[in-house]
Design a protein around this ligand. Sequence first.
Ligand SMILES: Cc1cc2nc3c(=O)[nH]c(=O)nc-3n(C[C@H](O)[C@H](O)[C@H](O)COP(=O)(O)OP(=O)(O)OC[C@H]3O[C@@H](n4cnc5c(N)ncnc54)[C@H](O)[C@@H]3O)c2cc1C
Length: 475
Amino acid sequence: MRNDEARRRVREAGGEELCERLVHLDAIRAARAERQPTIELTRPDEGTTPDYDVVIAGGGLWLLVAPLLAARGLSVAVFDRARIGQAHREWNCSAKELAPLVSSGLLREDEVERLVVARYDHGVCRWHGGGTYPVRRVLDHAVDAGKLLAAVRALAEARGVALHDREAIVAHGEGPAGVALATSAGATLSARIFVDARGASSPLATADLVCPTVGGVLSGLEEGEAEDQIRPDVGEILATTEGVEEGRQHIWEAFPGKSGEVTVYLFYYALGGAPGASLVSLYARFFEKMSAYKRGDFRLVRPTFGFIPGWSRLGPGPAHGQRVVLVGDAAARHSPLTFCGFGSALRSFEGVAASITRAAEQPEGRGASVSPGDAPIHKGTGALAWLMATPPKEPARAWELNDLLDTAFATLADMGDEAYGALLRDEMSAKDFVRFLRTVAGKRPRVYRDVLGRLRLFGLGRWGFSVARELLRAS
Ligand SMILES: Cc1cc2nc3c(=O)[nH]c(=O)nc-3n(C[C@H](O)[C@H](O)[C@H](O)COP(=O)(O)OP(=O)(O)OC[C@H]3O[C@@H](n4cnc5c(N)ncnc54)[C@H](O)[C@@H]3O)c2cc1C
């Protein structure tokens, strides 16, 4: 399918503004970052009182922290290049990840309950030509992302957060007393702490991996028990329908939502700087190859898409400043294997809000850096993600990655629901991770050669060191 036909179908389903967003994301990816105008800013020096305690750039998922900061007595402003609190995607998570929405005081239990549009008996991962591996208590809740963000926006407004829709932050400059900011409307302002929640398009989002993802809510797919049909009580977490094509291992996922609707995505992993990543051309593949994945005369009801950044932990990650805090996709602290930024945000937003508050309360001139926190398991899974982002290009080896994934997931299924689920929820212990690696390597001795051959020298050293350390700890 040609790109202009793919664009036409997205525009038809999602409207002009959404199609503009799709094209915008491709354009800034091609340029490697949003072009920032050169603006001379007066950096807040000692003795200056900033306009706000906290300014947040980006009112997407990480809008979650705004009402919490306001409740702690901080003055907060949020800016977004689009409308604040508008969901651009559908979200799945595991049941216990929803608990912080209640414990943080953002929502009541019955409100959270109303956000859940579907629950699954179990999820599956299946690899073409291999097996189907069920797992329980992972990504088994589909959440109405639009309603969640609308509720958080209403709460932020009620708590006095200043909301600036359709006004982008286009420049920042850090000084000892705070951060000076410029907006697309020509305004300048300052904050004690600047929270960068601009997602993948932040100029500070320097993570080394990326997961281009397209799809959205579909109707018309056939229900039934066959692999190429939809079971309303089963979430399909990862599935392949072929080996490496065009240098990429494409992966599908399908999560049933409201009755008759299913959220389907097509994605692949790539190195952050790899040329040629385009959401429009991935959409062309999505429309063209859907029939190889699921049966039915489908209609795209609501397109959702994006580039999800990932950090392999093999090199330095996106860097915070003393008073500049990166969160969400800009920081890429979520799992480099699952890219589940929603689940990761739910697990961490309360802690991040608390540390932003502490930083904002530091006297001027003092270092106020906020520790981003990171799960130890990511040191191991980052190398596996790197491997998936650099599949062998030779046609004769096109099935290798798919076969390796099949072996890996067969091993996880053998290890039991707890360990299997823990890896996908970022909770696997180092001991289990080492056991997992050893077993996969035993079944496929080439696995280490695959890993060692493809990681860059620097990354290899770090990965080898991390895994060796975990091995020692685990033994
Ligand atoms: C299609 C898709 C499906 C996904 N599904 C899941 C899932 O099921 N489960 C899961 O755990 N994770 C999922 N993720 C990942 C998850 O959605 C992201 O990790 C999460 O949304 C990141 O939140 P964020 O606030 O950092 O960025 P975003 O939610 O992307 O928000 C960034 C905001 O910044 C704004 N912005 C950009 N530039 C500027 C600027 N210069 N000034 C001001 N504002 C600006 C944007 O308009 C946007 O509103 C999915 C991602 C995609 C793309």
